[in-house]
Design a protein around this ligand. Structure first.
Ligand code: COA
Length: 262
């Protein structure tokens, strides 16, 4: 990673790129520049073979990300509003969901609006016990515009998604765990360690198989594709990979696999 950013910190540790959204005095709200920089950081990491997974977190102890930057879109018209949503989907939220390496959201505090949408676009979510999550857009006279209306329903079911979106209520980390919105809850001190532990396991697996699994799981949520058919095709292709040959050989030789990553 060679680039440096204004609103985003990056650090590579044991094959994991840790990205920290760094606007603590604005509770890490996502302005246009931050979305652009997150996109750039992810794009750069996509081709770095040593990076096996990504952790995204927020700077400070109060917020993961408190939403899209309200000040920035306050004067937008209809066309600009549409563009704001479309660009966000394309550059960040869909981009993360379809990213070739697992993205883990370390939700260290408020994850509201675009912040919760960022966590929901990630593949795995871990929250600290002080975290508060919600989609408060209707309090501002808008709706979630970064995939929240779709991904919340996928993660917690339609009924709870309706309630959270139309009441704008926040839920705490334990409720989020109960709903399946986050996979684990830890103390704030343990949050990054828990995420690193998950990342470390991912790092030992076949990166080709991990990448393919992400693609196939997502296919089931894409109305243009049949997830089962995609699974059959992708399963077949695995038999032509170096990782498969090494994985099976290592198992039969009773040793740990040393995946070539191809
Ligand atoms: N966009 C822009 N700025 C934001 C922001 C957002 N989404 N969320 C927080 N901030 C800014 C505040 O304006 C404030 O800036 P200032 O010090 O220059 O006035 C700073 O971050 C601290 O926030 P503040 O509201 O003073 O903290 P708090 O502890 O009183 O409240 C929240 C915390 C999260 C409850 C509150 O900031 C909030 O409701 N934020 C907006 C959440 C939201 O609606 N997100 C969805 C956006 S679509």
């Amino acid at each position: 990673m060679v680039m440096t950013y204004e609103n985003v910190l990056t650090e590579i540790e044991n094959g994991t790129l840790i990205i920290t959204v760094n606007r603590p005095d604005k509770l890490n709200a996502l302005n246009n520049k931050t979305i652009e920089e997150l996109h750039e950081a992810l794009l750069e990491a996509e081709h770095e073979k040593e990076i096996k997974s990504i952790i995204i977190t927020g700077s400070g102890t109060k917020a993961f990300v408190a939403g899209a930057d309200i000040a920035e879109f306050a004067d937008f018209n209809v066309t600009q509003g549409r563009q704001l949503s479309a660009t966000g989907h394309f550059k960040l939220f869909n981009f993360i969901e379809n990213y070739s390496k697992p993205v883990i959201a370390a939700v260290n505090g408020f994850a509201l609006g675009g912040g919760l949408e960022l966590a929901m676009a990630s593949h795995i979510r871990v929250a600290s016990d002080n975290a508060k999550m919600g989609l408060p857009e209707v309090t501002l006279g808008v709706i979630p515009g970064y995939g929240g209306t779709q991904r919340l329903a996928q993660l917690v079911g339609k009924g709870k998604a309706f309630e959270m979106i139309v009441t704008a209520d926040m839920i705490n980390a334990q409720e989020a765990l109960h709903l399946g919105l986050v996979n684990h809850v830890t103390t704030q001190e343990e949050l990054l360690n828990k995420c690193k532990e998950i990342a470390s396991k991912i790092g030992q697996r076949s990166s080709v198989a991990v990448r393919t699994a992400i693609k196939v799981i997502n296919a089931g949520y894409n109305k243009q594709e049949n997830g089962y058919e995609v699974e059959i095709e992708e399963f077949g292709k695995m038999f032509g990979t170096g990782d498969f040959k090494e994985g099976v050989k290592a198992f039969l030789e009773k040793r740990k696999a040393n995946f070539p990553g191809n």
